[in-house]
Design a protein around this ligand. Sequence first.
Ligand SMILES: [Zn+2]
Length: 123
Amino acid sequence: MEHLLHGSCHCGAVQLRLPHLPSRATECNCSICRRLGALWGVFDWTTVGLSAEPRALEEYIWGEKTLRTMRCRVCGCATHWEPLRPQPDAWHGVNLRMFPPELLQHVQIRRFDGADSWTFIDD
Ligand SMILES: [Zn+2]
């Protein structure tokens, strides 16, 4: 399954490598996630491999300014989010849409109500 754990943005300027399959993925309906259409897997960032061509990444910061969503400047794909002020064991979100679709066959997808109740809504 190793090949499933390597992903990239559409043009390939941003490369991502996961340490393992996430136990689940989150589909969030908040104002930014629903527009991005992202499917987030959450990881300890020290375990995720990220390589990007110089200046390929640009950030988007909004709202309470606790995190920034990162996208490829070339092709526009949202690749991950990260805390603005990382703590030692901070979590980061990786957009699993950047990975082979077969990856998602092995991952439970959960719907998260980030727009309102801040809870999962698929129970
Ligand atoms: Zn790209």
